[in-house]
Design a protein around this ligand. Sequence first.
Ligand code: SF4
Length: 324
Amino acid sequence: MSINFPKPAIFSSRCLGFDRCRWNGEIIRDRFVEKLKPYVSYITTCPESEIGLGVPRDPVRVVSRNNSYMLMQLNTEKDLTEKMNAFVSDYIASMKEVDGFILKDRSPSCGIKDVKVYAGLSHSSPVKKGSGFFGAAVSKKFSGIAIETEARLTNFTIREHFLARIFTRAGFRKLKGKPLVKNLVRFHTENKFLLMAYSQKHLKLMGNIVANSKRKPAKEMFAEYESKLTEALAKTPKFTSVINVLMHALGYFAKKLKSEEKKFFLNTLEEYRREQVPLSVPVNIMRSYIIRFNEGYLSQQTFFEPYPKELTEIKDSGEGRSYK
Ligand code: SF4
């Protein structure tokens, strides 16, 4: 199971460890963003610096007026909406393909949700929550891509899902550059268990696309497959589906494991079901069986190592599986 992982292209808000560009001149040292550095290619920007606000600067806030959002600077009372909208649309239009985004939580520019929205500059309490200007535009344009904030990525379920998505997408993008049917067949075969966990329906649809490969030009087939792959990976897999995949894998060793070993594995699955351990725990036990019994077909399955194992971390925000 030694996998050569492609490097996903990840956009990150620049203040998350790349530059002291926050309004107060600070930088945020985020463990996960830092840890990803050797494994991904980062692209960064700071929308507020890019529209010429400088560092340090007076903070900005989102103001809701007549059903539309404005970006206003608190002390100067400048309306920055037009400048920010122009920057955002130019920047997004110039972006190359990316595999995921890590945006600064709750920022009036980069935030994707839970951004405080005020009724005016003099109001001290927000009237609602919404998205930042850059965050909203990214969510709209890249709706099928993994978009998270550094705060949400402290939750292990969200983090595992994010990592699986970005590395799977990067793997597909690598193939897409030179669309050969045999490579797509291999990709589909290796990702069967992973897709089974995400969506049985999409696994079937994508299997049909690959099976009918002779009827269409490769490029067209890759485009169809990509659209289904994006849909399949959009939602966190249900833990019951993940358990089913692991039970399916256990079937490969039905006659090879001692009853105590099966019992131990089933107990660990139960702990995963109760959110007492992350997915990596039962997966690692299964991997040990795959190695021990030299199970060739399972050893190719990305489900058991969808991203570099060095990125697995048990640390968690404690928000649990229901944190959406
Ligand atoms: S949140 Fe976005 S706009 Fe604010 S400092 Fe960070 S990168 Fe710049």
